[in-house]
Design a protein around this ligand. Sequence first.
Ligand code: SF4
Length: 202
Amino acid sequence: MTKASFRDELVHVSALQEYVYCPRRYYYQRYQDQIGTTYELVDGRSKHAAQSRRGGWTTERYFRSDSLGLHGKIDLIESDRGTLTPIERKRAESGDYYPSDEVQIAAYCMLLEDAIDEAVNVGYIYLYSTDERHAIHITGKHRSAVQTIIDRIRSMSINSIPSFTNNTNKCNGCSAREYCMPAETAQLEPERARGTGWEDHP
Ligand code: SF4
């Protein structure tokens, strides 16, 4: 029997978000399992657990789609007169959500519409920090971003490590930094860090 390649495997929605944050960080997580669980993730999980018995909504429903190449668990699904809308809850201490959160909610809309065979063009991101929810209108751009990232993840290989992100702010809070070593690389092999912003660091 031949072993299935990652190309044939479904991509988890959480991987899309990791990849958008930094493909290199996702690489470490996928192939080296060297990223610790962050405080935000632990805290977010406990909040999910605490609120999973709220009434009126469907909670934590798993979906998979072979045609999309995607799977994942939708946090909450709201039903309003037959219209189903996925909701993703975030800590968001900054008071705002990120482009990666939009990609995530777009992926959930796509999974849901694949399951119910109806268009799902809106999802909500709920922020604990502000107690507000934001309607995200899913566009063709969102959909093609989701599909592009799925394709990129499926074509990744252990032999090809993605380059550094060009946003040094992301590196400052990254739990993979001690393995990734952007600053050290910029000092020792400046050509590998060119264009990332790290070459300007002392
Ligand atoms: S330290 Fe920066 S470049 Fe390295 S994995 Fe983290 S975010 Fe990406």
